[in-house]
Ligand binder design. Structure first.
Ligand SMILES: Cc1cc2nc3c(=O)[nH]c(=O)nc-3n(C[C@H](O)[C@H](O)[C@H](O)COP(=O)(O)OP(=O)(O)OC[C@H]3O[C@@H](n4cnc5c(N)ncnc54)[C@H](O)[C@@H]3O)c2cc1C
Length: 454
């Protein structure tokens, strides 16, 4: 027990997504008091689930890779390690109005939309990238230039450009080569050998089990999770020895409440943090960086059907459709408990895009009309349910030289940590790295609190 004084101020964590929950668990486990503030009424953030048929399922598709060691460690800690099943899925690309299998190197060599030599060059690019150790060499290059130079112009136009657009929309040409290098590395490490399909993991009964287990453990250790509490400002009093932080929240009944804490971990976007931190006198240079972090939003439609659409788990859309990826979840986890096949259709976009503010019904109609172009077997009459999930801060835009422009987790105030997805680098966001970051933020805070006790 590090905090012998039961009156010691708690650590306030903003956000009960995987980062916030992991940080809270780490801190309560080390004997610290914790108050976790969550705007919504459920824990999990982007990994939040609902019940479909007789089983829990995520609003947004999720799987893990065999190299996700932090994720697997946490599952072990929660006694859930044996609940992960591994699957070798089949994937496809929809391009020029046709569906092509695209699960590994053999499919790449057969892909007819660019010349054979460029297919070989593309395969070698992916292989070499997986082995590259020094990502700093890639920092000054855009993914577009790097892929065009190594794979050829046509492979870029037919394959990589649509892929980058599918994630970064209008910012596709600005994305750093470090980002795509990471994707190659992740997929490569999830294959047993070069020609194999990658193995993807999913938890028996859904990832909500991990979220629930974390929530239970935090509460068993007297950690407080306050749902329906949206943090709106952070202030600090450094006048009397140890700093005290005041976090003001708006509750879901519109009343306000202020939490006093000995340290703060904010697991939110840079922009939200910058506006929340305005009462603090943090240096302008840091706040400018936090404000400048850009994010794509995501629309994710989940549909239940009474038939399967294809043998593919993951279909990347390299064509002009309103969604950019179709994920047939029941090709990964074939549970019958959902009451049918489950398919996700997702689109990353800017919030300035008119699609973002369309009604759920309009988005459903647009997406399902286009779905029939990809899978001719699709019929709207087979749909037995659907939901749309909107995520405002879904993907930070990782541009060239990101290590210079990234607002560090350690803010200029040593008692305040910013631990959102934009603090994950050179890797890309993902559950595995949310867990790593949550642990790192908790350890840094506990180290700092312990140093103050001396
Ligand atoms: C479309 C999509 C697909 C994905 N697929 C995968 C995948 O297959 N595998 C994988 O590993 N990862 C995947 N991810 C990424 C993964 O979901 C995230 O990396 C991870 O969940 C991030 O967790 P987090 O806690 O950092 O953020 P979040 O989950 O965003 O949690 C932040 C929490 O803070 C709360 N909050 C925000 N503002 C406030 C406030 N002012 N006051 C109080 N609470 C606040 C939010 O409500 C939320 O609960 C995917 C993400 C998306 C968008």
């Amino acid at each position: 027990m590090h905090q012998s004084d039961s009156q010691a101020l708690p650590v306030c964590i903003i956000g009960a997504g995987l980062t916030g929950l992991t940080a809270a668990w780490r801190l309560v486990g080390a004997g610290y008091r914790v108050v976790l503030l969550e705007s919504t009424l459920q824990a999990g953030g982007m990994v939040t689930s609902f019940t479909l048929g007789n089983q829990s399922i995520e609003y947004i598709y999720h799987h893990i890779f065999t190299s996700d060691h932090h994720f697997l460690d946490l599952c072990r800690e929660m006694d859930l390690e044996d609940q992960i099943n591994w699957y070798q899925t089949r994937d496809a690309i929809y391009a020029d109005g046709q569906l092509y299998p695209f699960s590994g190197p053999v499919d790449l060599l057969r892909f007819p939309l660019f010349p054979f030599l460029q297919r070989i060059r593309t395969g070698l690019t992916v292989l070499r990238a997986g082995r590259l150790k020094n990502w700093r060499d890639l920092e000054s290059q855009t993914a577009a230039d790097w892929l065009r130079r190594h794979g050829g112009d046509q492979s870029y136009q037919k394959l990589w450009q649509p892929l980058l657009r599918s994630k970064f929309d209008r910012d596709a040409d600005k994305v750093s080569a470090v980002w795509i290098w990471n994707k190659f590395k992740l997929r490569g490490h999830s294959r047993r050998h070069v020609a194999a399909r990658s193995s993807l993991g999913y938890m028996n009964g859904g990832f909500s089990r991990l979220i629930q287990a974390l929530q239970n453990r935090i509460e068993q250790h007297k950690g407080q999770i306050l749902f329906g509490h949206t943090a709106v400002s952070i202030d600090a009093d450094h006048t009397n020895g140890r700093p005290r932080y005041q976090i003001t929240c708006i509750r879901d009944d519109c009343s306000t409440r202020t939490i006093t804490a000995g340290a703060v971990i904010a697991t939110i976007s840079g922009r939200q943090f910058a506006s929340m931190a305005s009462p603090l006198s943090l240096p302008d240079a840091y706040l400018r960086k936090a404000r400048a972090t850009r994010y794509k939003a995501d629309l994710c439609l989940i549909i239940r059907l009474n038939n399967s659409l294809s043998p593919y788990y993951w279909t990347t859309i390299c064509d002009d459709l309103p969604f950019v990826v179709a994920v047939e979840h029941t090709r990964l986890n074939r549970s019958l408990e959902y009451g049918g096949s489950v398919i996700y259709l997702s689109r990353y976009l800017d919030v300035a895009d008119p699609l973002w503010t369309q009604s759920d019904g309009v988005i459903y109609r647009l997406f399902t009309e286009a779905l029939g172009r990809v899978y001719p077997d699709f019929s709207i009459h087979h749909v037995t349910g659907w939901r749309l999930c909107r995520t405002r801060y879904a993907q930070p835009v990782i541009s060239c030289g990101y290590s210079e422009s990234m607002p560090e987790m350690n803010t200029p105030d040593p008692g305040i940590k910013l631990a959102g997805m934009a603090q994950i680098y050179p890797e890309d966001r993902g559950m595995n790295y949310a867990i790593r970051l949550g642990r790192e933020a908790a350890d840094t805070v506990s180290g700092w609190l312990a140093s103050q006790e001396k």
